[in-house]
Design a protein around this ligand. Structure first.
Ligand code: KIV
Ligand code: ZN
Length: 521
């Protein structure tokens, strides 16, 4: 029987700390997609966003709070009344929720960033926690930059927050500066010196600037911390946050040597969570990344291969299956029926009713005609992309042809677009096939945008992969992004740009409607 006192809670902040580090912010729908995967993964708390920071963040925290089945939804707030109230407003529809409020405690932050006295900071923290406790009995307080906070100050702050009603107190190594023994000593000292420490759960939140995030978090657990804040694939500010898969699998494999600690994560869902987060955020997982990299379970050298063939345990401490990497054994082709698609999606955790089966099936058939065999990651990609297509589109790709080649060929493209009810065609040259296609599209749509960022990734393995293109464009000072997915990378590029143009078009319509409303008022 697992002993509850050894349970380490997993607080996932992929959607908050992880997301804030991305070049392009995620849409509320993309965040919802990640939240659903995290919920299936069994994380205990999902930090869904920072509601006061933007209407989009508020909306996605609210939407996520509505759909979570197992995890507690949490919103971040500074130690300010308006922030805490925004969290409450975004989360109030869920039965149980957490408000996470924070303030910086290190000398450099208190003096140079906040420009206040430490006494003021303590008073603000006390007030913030009490206000949050009026709304929910699950309140987390974080001492930002705790890793560089003088220990007397830290003890005083932790004691104050707990006395004010914080049920979790988080000790972040915000700048990833401490060494494992130092960070462990901070946690040990808090347990020795803070008189009311047993009234709250102690959490840690380690950044990875020196590559210490996993070691620091686990050292803290050995000193009594019972919550780890982390992100899937180690996403996060600068060098990232502590990686969820690393701490979870270390406790799974070595927990008995750490006093019997364990988590409630469904480890066989880790590979999928990693792939979905990487796909949605467009942040590739390095091949050598521990636990989830494509090489994490590959044996290359002859000596290693020979050893593994004789006895797997010679070089393999974990099996790929233990984190959910399995050989794909579903043969989906254009002959597969609708119920097969539903069954595969169901196995992946997508319940009927959360997606449009007819839409997915029609697009599945088109893809299967082009690609032959379809894998589960293709199906999942269709699912993500179906969300984009829920909105009305002004521009749709009707046809595309491209000529490109070696030195003596001038890349030339012809693009036919459906624009509203009409169809128009343009041809153009460019400095490459994608450039030629983009020239056609900008002429056809009449939208004079600037391409800020272009990224192409292979989704799936080998020559069977599909190309996913993400673009970030700037139009009249605002950023818009678009995604395209196809077995043909030029088509994926065209689709990505067209999807960005559709977003610009929709934004213009909304603006016009607002202007009309104002004129009428
Ligand atoms: O790194 C940090 O200190 C944070 C806090 C807001 C918890 O992200
Ligand atoms: Zn952080």
């Amino acid at each position: 029987m697992a002993d509850e006192k050894n349970r380490v809670y997993i607080f996932d902040t992929t959607l908050r700390d992880g997301e804030q580090a991305l070049q392009q912010s995620l849409s509320p729908k993309q965040k919802l997609q990640i939240a659903m995967i995290l919920d299936q993964l069994g994380v205990d708390i999902i930090e869904a966003g920072f509601p006061i920071s933007s209407p989009g963040d508020f909306e996605s925290v609210r939407d996520i709070a509505r759909v979570l089945k197992n995890a507690t939804c949490c919103g971040l707030s500074r130690a300010l009344d308006a922030d805490i109230d925004a969290c409450r407003d975004a989360l109030k529809e869920s039965e149980h929720y957490r408000i996470h409020t924070f303030i910086a405690t290190s000398d450099i932050h208190v003096k140079d960033k906040l420009r206040r006295s430490f006494d003021d900071i303590v008073a603000m923290a006390d007030r913030a926690v009490r206000r949050a406790r009026n709304y929910t009995d699950d309140v987390e307080f974080s001492c930002e930059d705790a890793g560089r906070t003088p220990i007397d100050h830290l003890c005083r702050m932790v004691e104050t927050a707990i006395a004010a009603g914080a049920t979790t107190v988080n000790i972040p190594d915000t700048v990833g500066y401490t060494l494992p023994y130092e960070f462990g000593n901070i946690i040990k000292t808090l347990f020795n010196r803070v008189p009311n420490i047993d009234k709250a759960r102690i959490s840690v939140h380690c950044h990875n600037d020196l590559g210490m995030a996993t070691a620091n978090s686990l050292t803290a657990v050995q000193e009594g911390a019972r919550q780890i804040e982390c992100c899937v694939n180690g996403l996060g500010e600068r060098a990232g946050n502590c990686s969820l898969e690393e701490v979870v699998m270390t406790m799974k494999l070595r927990g008995q040597y750490m006093g019997g600690v364990y988590t409630n994560i469904e480890c066989t869902n880790i590979a999928r969570a990693s792939q979905v987060v990487s796909g949605v955020t467009n942040e590739p997982v390095p091949s050598h990344k521990a636990i989830v990299g494509s090489n994490a379970f590959a044996h290359s050298s002859g000596i290693h291969q020979d050893g593994v063939l004789k006895n797997k345990n010679t070089y393999e401490i974990l099996t790929p299956e233990s984190v959910g990497f399995t050989e794909n054994n579903m043969h989906m082709t254009a002959r597969s029926g609708r119920h097969m698609i539903r069954a595969v999606l169901d196995k992946m955790g997508y319940k009927e009713g959360t997606y449009d089966l007819d839409d997915i099936y029609q697009r599945f058939l088109k893809l299967a005609d082009r690609k032959g065999q379809i894998f589960d990651y293709d199906l999942e990609a269709l699912l993500f992309f179906s969300h984009d297509q829920e909105e009305e589109t002004q521009f749709t790709l009707d046809n595309l042809s491209v000529i490109s080649g070696g030195k003596n060929v001038i890349p030339t493209a012809s693009v036919r677009l459906k624009i509203g009810k009409r169809t128009r065609m343009e041809s153009s040259t460019g400095n490459g096939p994608v450039d030629a296609v983009f020239n056609c599209i900008t002429r056809l749509t009449g939208i004079r945008l600037k391409l800020d960022h272009f990224c192409i990734l292979a989704k799936g393995a080998g020559t069977n992969a599909q190309g996913q293109v993400d673009v970030d464009v700037v139009y009249e000072g605002r950023h818009y992004n678009g995604k395209g997915l196809s077995t043909d990378v030029i088509e994926a590029s065209a689709l990505a740009l067209i999807s960005a143009c559709n977003s610009i078009y929709r934004a213009q319509i909304i603006e016009e409607e607002k202007c009309e409303e104002k004129m009428e008022a």
